[in-house]
Design a protein around this ligand. Structure first.
Ligand SMILES: Nc1ncnc2c1ncn2[C@@H]1O[C@H](COP(=O)(O)OP(=O)(O)O)[C@@H](O)[C@H]1O
Ligand SMILES: [Mg+2]
Length: 233
């Protein structure tokens, strides 16, 4: 995925050739970095905090806010979810040794790809789907919704493994939140909690978000084209 500076360069370069990408650089950043859009999704997403300063004091201050709850660590964009137990999931936020161990491993694995800083998020018990056949990470009932011009283009199963059964997301509230997001093309990943509530996992820019393997690509791009207002095409 492009970082915001790379996107800005691409955007400016294409504009010189009379090609205007669907999202401005500001819109790209809005969905790419969790802290940028957190205030818009706050009512429906796990409590989160973040720091650009990666030092012991900053990490302690942030993790302390979660008491003894379980949390996950990621950067402003990505997690190391496939290294779930070593570099993502922290069972007890007040266990400072464990916090340091997981965060250090996370930073080591992200290496030069670390985006901006650290984000801590309250862990929510999600409805189980299966475990990932390669990494063993717990897979839960998550969906990826693509929005273009504030309307749903398509809702996909996020994972290509496991049986979602009859589970279907209730979308009305998410469509309302989507109307407030400053982007013309983005994804919203949502998940079902064990208690039946639905939450937003994260947003992403639609141009760099992956289509799941289960996606019918022809249908998706056809629907995307249809969703572009005539004045913009
Ligand atoms: N707060 C949370 N509570 C429960 N599960 C989570 C939480 N955050 C992340 N996960 C799990 O980890 C996965 C990866 O997290 P995500 O924020 O989407 O990072 P990435 O950008 O690497 O995909 C999610 O799809 C979800 O299964
Ligand atoms: Mg994700």
């Amino acid at each position: 995925m492009l970082n915001p500076t790379q996107y800005q360069n691409l955007y400016d370069g294409l504009l010189k050739k009379n090609i205007e990408l669907i999202n401005s650089p500001a819109s790209y950043k809005h969905c790419h970095y969790l802290p940028e859009s957190y205030h818009k999704i706050q009512s429906k997403t796990p409590k989160s905090n973040w720091t650009k300063e990666i030092d012991h004091d900053a990490i302690c201050k942030l993790t302390r806010e979660f008491g003894e709850r379980s949390i996950i660590v990621k950067d402003f964009v990505k997690s190391e979810k496939h290294k779930w137990n070593e570099a993502c999931f922290i069972p007890n936020a007040s266990d400072s040794d464990k916090v340091a161990k997981i965060v250090n491993k996370f930073i080591e694995l992200r290496g030069n790809s670390l985006n901006e800083g650290l984000v801590f998020r309250q862990f929510e018990a999600l409805e189980q789907l299966t475990v990932h056949s390669k990494s063993g990470m717990p897979l839960t009932k998550e969906f990826r919704i693509f929005f273009a011009y504030k309307k749903i283009v398509k809702v996909f199963y996020y994972w290509d493994e496991g049986d979602y059964g009859e589970t279907k997301p209730e979308l009305d509230h998410f469509v309302e939140i989507a109307k407030t997001i400053d982007s013309d093309f983005f994804t919203m990943d949502i998940a079902k909690k064990k208690n039946g509530d639905w939450i937003i996992m994260e947003l992403g820019d639609g141009q760099v978000a992956g289509l799941p393997d289960n996606a019918d690509r022809h249908e998706f791009y056809y629907k995307l084209k249809q969703s572009i207002p005539k004045s913009s095409s």
